[in-house]
Design a protein around this ligand. Structure first.
Ligand SMILES: [Zn+2]
Length: 236
């Protein structure tokens, strides 16, 4: 789940510093390069955060399988320990899995020791569940600072942000999510592959209802059927 977006104008009005804005804005490169999109406009990468979640992650796997689409799931370590079988099912279905920390803190606010522990515990839980190390990492709330990125890279984790957000954590319907994603994709110059931020879980509680996201994903796969849905590592 993401903090409400802060626009430059509202950040300035609220007296929020540019550095504060840059730490939370998905496309900001001020603190080092992070992946926000791919280069081939015929591709699209759906990403789902805050799982594994029951039953919504499995419902999503059904929807993706019906469209022969691949996606990327950024999992929370403590939920992986709760349901390692769901992490294995995601991997077995051909999708990619990344580290979304162990307990979903804002990494801007934690100590260096806690930062390492959050990343390592999540990676270890994923390795225990799946038998392999993950190489992708998405910071909770999009929050990052140079030390966050440096530490993650030092642990073999590449930071992944996004170019389009579904705002599905507060959506009132599946159609609203589809509308928000479609509008952002259509407003682009169509010269890049979008990385779309969605959620199959909720960081506040296991079992958070993501029925709207599952339904919106089904509709997005239909709406953008001309695109090839790939994992983040599958972006060219
Ligand atoms: Zn999250």
């Amino acid at each position: 789940m993401l903090w409400p977006y802060i626009t430059l104008a509202s950040a300035a009005a609220a007296g929020v510093s540019y550095a504060g804005y840059a730490a939370m804005a998905p496309a900001s490169q001020l603190y080092g390069r992070t992946l926000t999109h791919g280069s081939d406009p015929s591709q699209m990468a759906l990403t789902f955060d805050d799982g594994p979640n029951d039953p919504h992650t499995m419902h999503l796997l059904d929807v993706l399988a019906r469209h022969n689409a691949r996606a990327t799931f950024f999992l929370i370590g403590k939920y992986v320990r709760q349901r390692p079988d769901i992490a294995r099912a995601i991997l077995a279905a051909g999708h990619e899995i990344g580290n979304h920390t162990d307990s979903h803190p804002n990494l801007i606010l934690v100590s260096a020791a806690r930062l390492r522990q959050e990343l390592e515990s999540c990676s270890k839980s994923l390795e225990d569940a799946m038998g392999k190390r993950v190489t992708l990492f998405r910071p909770p709330f999009g929050g990052r600072r140079p030390n966050v990125l440096r530490t993650a890279r030092g642990m073999g984790l590449s930071p992944v942000m996004w170019s389009v957000t579904g705002y599905d954590w507060s959506a009132k319907s599946a159609d609203k999510i589809v509308e928000k994603v479609s509008r952002q994709v259509d407003s682009r110059n169509k010269a890049q592959a979008e990385i779309v931020l969605l959620h199959d879980g909720g960081h506040l509680a296991f079992g958070t209802d993501r029925g709207y996201t599952v339904e919106a994903t089904r509709k997005l796969l239909d709406h953008f059927s001309a695109r090839k849905f790939v994992t983040v590592s599958g972006l060219s």
